[in-house]
Design a protein around this ligand. Sequence first.
Ligand SMILES: NC(=O)c1ccc[n+]([C@@H]2O[C@H](COP(=O)([O-])OP(=O)(O)OC[C@H]3O[C@@H](n4cnc5c(N)ncnc54)[C@H](O)[C@@H]3O)[C@@H](O)[C@H]2O)c1
Length: 370
Amino acid sequence: MNRVLITGGAGFIGSYTCDILIANGYQVTILDSLNSKTHNNEWPDYINEKATKVKGDVLDRDLMANILTAVDYVIHLAAEMDLNPDFQKFMDVNVGGTALIYELILKNNLPIKKVIVASTQFVYGEGKWRCEKHGKFEASLRTLDQMKQAKWDIHCPICGLHASYIKNKETHQNPSNHYALSKYFQEQLAINLGKLYSIPSVALRYSIVHGPRQSLKNAYSGALRTFALNLLVGNELATFEDNRTMRDFISVFDVAEANLLVLEKDEANYQVFNVAGDKEFSAYELAACLADKMKVPFKFSQKIEFRPGDIRFAVSDSAKLKKLGWLPRHSEENTLELYVNWLKEQKIDFEKFKETQVKIRELGIVKSLN
Ligand SMILES: NC(=O)c1ccc[n+]([C@@H]2O[C@H](COP(=O)([O-])OP(=O)(O)OC[C@H]3O[C@@H](n4cnc5c(N)ncnc54)[C@H](O)[C@@H]3O)[C@@H](O)[C@H]2O)c1
């Protein structure tokens, strides 16, 4: 039986990846620190009972050395996420944690068959745009000053005309915020050290992942979680900027299938793939669709807020992964239905939610124009 280590396996994507691997005959070990941002310092009850659970940190050298001797594959999902300004921690966990895996494989001469790392669509930064007159260009990060002046849109750097967006393809990258930078370093470590030392490696750039089991505790990011909790509280919904930031969403079930596919396919080795929903949604469309599924009134706030370092338009192209045989099967509508059904059964700490909503504004993660 093939043995797989899933770091961060108690989390949202990790737990479904664990389920699909076990259903396909793999033996799974989960290593998770039960990070207090996501968990209540205990194993969530959705963890597959056939999985072996180990509580620990991916930066714990002895623990990692030990576990890596007993597995064939690694799916490395444990990470520092969101946009909270713990810059050093992002580099330590996301870059250092990945480097440690390769270091231990090499130093201990471990016969690991493949390492898969979870990257993100945000490595594209503001992505590529097209000006009708001057052709394609790479947009740069919008500065805090621009955002404070509500200059949300991307314009041609030569003529200043309004530009149109091009979907992200794997050949491009322009990470701008600390999360995206740490994830880009992570994927570069994986692909390059993998090639250098013949450790088959794959980096997956997930778009925004939706579905049940996404921790309701973490209020630092996640439009779906924030909209859902605000709708339950009866608050007005505020989407960022002018409601026209665009994203694509992918179901966690399709992400788990992508993880399995690249683990099993040799053709995936040393490659980077988008795992994307392809279709773009505005934050407003997502909020309206969610309110409809939750059957609650949708009250829209006139307040204008933004997140420094946020991306205007993030939509990826999944053609490369589809060519490998991936077939996403869950529409966003269907995923939202599953999410809403799951939400009904959750105990929610609304006081904590309200506190974190205040905290992210105090920390400047979310800023207001008015
Ligand atoms: N959810 C998304 O929309 C999304 C999008 C793009 C990329 N990703 C990437 O996918 C991966 C999984 O994300 P998720 O949404 O399942 O998050 P999650 O918070 O639900 O799961 C992450 C898990 O990692 C654990 N963890 C964190 N730091 C750890 C450490 N130092 N040592 C051991 N365990 C640790 C946490 O306790 C948690 O259980 C991450 O690498 C993330 O960057 C997620």
